[in-house]
Unconditional design. Sequence first.
Lengths: 215, 264
Amino acid sequence: MSVSNTSSEPHRDTELPDVTALAKLGIGSAALQGLSDVHAPAVGRDHPWIVRASDERSRDAAVIAGSIVDPEIPVLTVADLGVLRRVNVEDDNSVDVDITPTYSGCPAVAAMTTDIRRALVVHGYSVVRVHTVLSPAWSTDDMTEVARDMLQRFGIAPPGPAMHAGPVGLTLAVRCPHCGSTRTTESSRFGSTSCKSMWTCTECREPFDHFKTLH
Amino acid sequence: MTGTAASPTDTASVAADRGAVAEYALRLGDDALIAAQRWGEWISRAPELEEDVALGNIGLDELGQARSLLSFAGSILGRTEDELAYFRSDLEFRCCHLVALPRGDFADAVARLTVFAAYQLELYSALLSSTEPTIAAIAAKAVKEVRYHLEHGTSWTVRLGDGTPESKIRMTAALDRLWPYVAELFDTDDLEQQLVADGVAVDSSTLRDPAVGRITAILAEAGLELPSAPRVRGGGRVGRPSEHLGYLLAELQVLARQHPGATW
């Protein structure tokens, strides 16, 4: 999670954690995915964050890295979340991946780093370097429309739409992901992860998480 | 330990003295690390469950800022973030006394949160234009986080200050206890001034008016007055730590010191 934290050790399959075994124990994103009726959509080569890769070879690796899901919100791929910043494959078939944290202390960065490295190694890339970059700072505007839709379907109210910083802070109504009502109230400004706050719907009475808008 | 990276004669280049830059990053990073540890202490002790979560989250943001800043300092000093966090003594830390103060009651937490977030908001806003790219990048992330912390501190300050007679008495007392430690946040020294000249650092004394202005406005909304208690000595930035820091570090560092090099 450090500024230029670089994990470059070559890993072999046998040294990596077996996510299937972890899922059976109820640990990690694999377990969460197993519990969810909603699944992250496939990341294609035409994905808005993937097309930024500099060449075809890098784009192949970017599809693999970009398909990794957030361990806390397994319907969001790192590509849709907008935290995958750069994937580049070198001539020696080693890969450099840049990811950026949503919040400074987000512990999911460590899990995503491990998962990205594992996926690329499994696909035959011998040396994978995952770097954490801070600039430009991530905002919810970096999320794709697909990400907002997936959050909604997963029961988390998505962040407000992209907007430019103005002199007046504007708070938009948060729509209940269960019944669609905008008659909702914030019950806590902080939630189960850095990126969420807790809300209650006064229409259907259900509590729900809201992915906080961050500009 | 610190300040050894550049030779004294190396002043002609545009690049700032790297040892001084590392020392500056330690000051910012140690503030964030010790603040994080104090916020973590509130988990299970806040007046309501949501507040455990809130202060835990605020601590996590501070911890993230600390990791970035200590990693950056360590990249200059040839040490890892963990070595800097776990294997320095209290005399080697560079944090202000305010963050090291004991946990206190919930009014103390609200007072410290509000005052420290107002300071950090002005600090990080100014550091957005630092000529040191890593510091500017860390500030760009942190400024969004501390703005949210300040909003949270403000809502509680108003709630307690403008609440019951008892909550107002407790909030007033907490501000009076905290205030002597606020002046140190705005102290500057030769090292900082040297980095201000290089465009790396912000002159802390220039943060006083905007930060205290924010605090004054919040207190006015809460029906509270700005305390007038005189300052205490300070010196946390130059190796004269708070008497409370050693106890905090004992808890923070015990596991790493008992099991050096241990990993998950």
